[in-house]
Every structure is written in structure tokens, then in C-alpha cells.
Design a protein around this ligand. Sequence first.
Ligand code: MN
Length: 513
Amino acid sequence: MGTFKNLEIWWVTGAQLLYGGDAVVQVDNHSKEMVEGLNASGNIPVKVVYKGTANSSKEVEAVMKAANNEDKCIGVITWMHTFSPAKMWIKGLQDLKKPLLHFHTQYNEEIPWETMDMDFMNLNQSAHGDREFGHICTRMRIRRKVVVGYWKDEKVQKKIAIWARVAAGVADARDCLILRFGDQMNNVAVTDGDKVEFEQRLGYHVDYTPVSELIDYWKNVKDEDVDALVEVYHKEYECGPEILDPTTKAAKKVWNAAKAELALRAILKAKGAKGFTTNFDDLGTRDINDPKFKGFDQIPGLASQRLMAEGYGFGAEGDWKSACLYRTVWVMTQGLTTGCSFLEDYTLNFDGDRSSILQSHMLEVCPLIAANKPKLEVHFLGIGVRKEQTARLVFTSKVGPGVTATIVDLGNRFRLIVNDVECIKPKPLPKLPVASALWIPQPNFEIGAAAWILAGGTHHSCFSYDITPEYWDDFAVMTGIEMVHIDKDTTIPAFKKELRLNEIYYLLNKALC
Ligand code: MN
């Protein structure tokens, strides 16, 4: 689900006919070689497709319109090999609806000092052609990423790769249905927001789905399919004897959890959904002791953990914005291996310079971030409509740096809040059998947490070891939403100033770069 293999990035080279047809043929050959080089590098996860040179306003307009209409095309790279008078880009840029990357590079790595003549100069003019193009983008308030450097340089290719991954995530979001089983947890503000504006800005479509409809799928799950899934659990996770012995109450709870997972999978598949939210107060018929009881006997936390690992967006307590964002984090990190998860700020640990925040949830943490093989356990959970023995995967996260992010609705706009964090080794938690991570927000707990709170950030966030802040910057630019980033250099006075200035800046409703 959600690979990059059917996607394309289009490469359009800017030129003009002033220098004659021979020059354009050379521009064309150079461009082909560069695109082939990028594809052969193995550093760009999405295929780059060369779409030829654009030498006039009509040609620019035609290729931009074609990019808009091609579903496979997730973004356009432009590069001005020669001087390309920018008025010819106006109409095409007005039309372009896909993300834009302006690549400031050059076919030759070094100046051929001994042989360079005026013809060579006229042919290799990106030094000023790209400035002309940059000017028109800025004047037109076109949001784009500018990547500067030699096209064979791995560092440069990796910047393009990040943009490509984010463009894939943004394209996926435009075709992303999230199901809400039940509503938002009552009275909670920060996880709610304007779903209509969210869809206009970011694409995700969020639908309510009655739990009774999910229960219809649950009723149709076959016992033999549940048995088979329980076998998978036994193979994939550490299981104690009470889990492996099918006659125990714990094993029955695991069996019921597997049935819930199959019901969730079935409805997500039937509706073509890429994510979901749950609500611990809404699990079907309320009375579990009613002989006619139909519904989940426990919060489907194990299912949520496993579905997250497969790329389904997930947010607890009806948190649809987190479900959307987690799905995108997973898409953007396809093929990268360290992992991502929905997480919640749980409990603080004051310890001087090493003060940290325990990240967990009542159940729903994604096993992709686990340091070791997760343990499948069953324990009592006293939250929500079912105060019941509940199956879950228990593990602690890998240590190391990562980035966490959330989106909040400020009433007049969405704000993406990003924080660099350092996952550290926790002490054992023998009485808290849930999955968890322990992190120090950057630059330290005191400033990191204060900045997050001042920015209005949630207690829920989407964490990844593989994503860097550059991903989120590209995401904010492509979607035109505000981003604030809390990192090792953040100070509270400067951060407050940024929040105040952003309040004015976004009144203009223009995010430029
Ligand atoms: Mn929560």
C-alpha cells in the first residue's frame, strides 16, 4: 500500500530559440543525460521523466497543463540550461497545480578554462537563467523548493529525494479517506478542527462511520481466519505460555482482538480507506454481559498497532488530524527502515538537563519503532466503556534522534508544529505494560516543551526516526500551511517573536517560501 513505483516526477528544461536549433539539441542531450544520471543514482525514490525543453510560452503552458492532468505526475522539476526569458513562464506557472522544485545546477561541473568560448557561455547559462526564473516565481508568489548544487552530488540528489518523498505524501493525501469510528473524545479541543478547510488545504477526506457498520463486518469474520491470524501473532511476537495455551482467558482475549483486526481490515478495504480513528467510549453494544452482545469486548488497540505498521493512518480518541498525518509520515518514509508512530505525551520525568517525556498511549503505539521483538500481552485496562482484559504489543522504542510533528487548527489557519527529539533509554516499567518511548525534546525539555505549548501543540503527535525537518518544510511549502520548528537553536524570545509575526504574515494568506 502506497509505494512509489507508479509515480513520476517530470523534468522540464528551460531554454529559448535565440541561440539556434543546434544549441537546443545540445540542451536536450544534456538534459536527457542528467535525468538518466539521477535515475541511475539510486538516490531518487521516484522515477524522473524528462519532458523535453520548453522554448516558448505555449510550450511551457502545454507541459504544465499536462502535468496537472497526469495522475502519475507528483511534481515538476525545472532547470534553466540557457537563459529562458521568464515572461514565457508566467502562464504555465499560473496553471501549475503540482509541487515545483527549481533545480539550480549546471551540466558541467567545472569551467573548461582552456577551451571555453562565447558559444559555450551562451549554452551554459543556468547561472543567470535560473535567477531569471527565480525572479518570476518570487514575483508570482509561487511556492517551490530551490535546490542548489551539482546534479551528480549525492547531497544534492538527497535533497531532491526528500522533496520527491514529500510530493508522494502530498499526492497520497489528496486521495486519502480516513474513517472515524465514533466521534471525537467529548470536550477535547486540540484534536478537533475544521475538516472542510483541512480537505481544501491538504486533501484528506474524513468521514464518520458508525461503529454499528463496523460491527456488521465483525459479524462476518470467519473463525478459521481468526485462528490463522492468531498463528501469525504467535510467530511475529514474543508470547508467554498463557497466550500460547488456547484454553486460557488471555488467549481468548487475543483471539477476540484478532477478530477485531479482521473486521477493521475488511471495512477499511471495502471503503478504500487509508486510515481510521477510534474512540474508547464507542465499541458497539454497551453491555458486554448482554446475551445478545454484539461488538468489541476490548479496545481494538492491538489492531491499531498492527494496522499502523502497515501504513494505515491512526489517531486515538477521534483524532483525525493525527490519523491523516501519520498516514503521510508512513508514505514519506517508505523504504527507510527506522520507523514511525503515533505517540502521546504521557508523563514527565524531571532530571535536570536530562529531563524527558515518556511517550506512550493506553495501547496504540506502532511496533515499527520497537527496539526489540514486541511482546504480546493481555492486561486489564480500566479506561472507556470496556474495563476489560485487553491485548496489546509491549515494547520500548529504539534510542536515537527523531522528529515529531502535529497539526493544529488555529481558527484562521493550520499550524504544523515540528520538534526535533532525542529518544533515550528508559528504565524498566514493570507495572506499565504498554509500548513506550522516552525522549528529550530539543533543545532541552524546558525550552522544547514551552515552545510546543506556546505554539498550541497537541498531546498527540506523529513521530519518525527517518524524517528530518527538511521533509516538514517541504510539506508546509507544498500545502501552503504554517510551520514552526523547535530545534537545538530555539530560544523562547525568538520563538515568541516568530509566533507573533506569523499571526500577521498569515493574515495575507500567502506562504511564499
Ligand atoms: Mn490519546
